[in-house]
Design a protein around this ligand. Structure first.
Ligand SMILES: [Zn+2]
Length: 143
């Protein structure tokens, strides 16, 4: 995160997340024409830029991904931003992975590490929106 404060973006992101019964965390903000969540990221320009929400989150956990890499869903829910349901692959791999689900993993860091980081983010968020979490998920340790 080299010198930047991630909390501003994460806070805005978390405000648009809604856990649902299936275990997915759905994006409630704007969407692309394709039905993916859309998140505006503050960038070097004052306008910032738009990214798909699931990709933005994935990159928070795994680091920046090359443009040739797609961030895809194991759950086939395009609105889902649950990091545990996301994986990176090339377009070709995606087609194959669609056939044999369950192949997971980011190119740089282990899935376990991403999940741990995501858990930290969610804990951070939970401290601010405990009610949402409690009503949507079964008992979890919320500090
Ligand atoms: Zn999902």
């Amino acid at each position: 995160m080299a010198g930047r404060k991630p909390t501003g973006s994460m806070e805005r992101f978390a405000e648009k997340c809604k856990p649902i019964a299936s275990g997915c965390i759905e994006w409630t903000g704007g969407t692309t024409n394709n039905g993916y969540g859309l998140f505006s990221v503050p960038g070097r320009t004052t306008r910032g830029r738009m990214m798909t929400a699931h990709r933005w989150l994935f990159e928070q956990a795994y680091g920046k991904q090359p443009a040739s890499i797609d961030v895809c869903h194991t759950c086939d829910n395009r609105l889902c931003v649950n990091i545990a349901h996301l994986f990176a692959g090339t377009r070709k791999q995606n087609m194959e992975d669609a056939k044999r689900k369950g192949r997971l993993g980011g190119p740089r860091k282990s899935k376990g590490e991403a999940e741990r980081r995501f858990a930290e983010l969610m804990n951070w968020w939970a401290a601010r929106s405990t009610k949402v979490i409690k009503s949507k998920t079964s008992r979890k340790e919320i500090p």
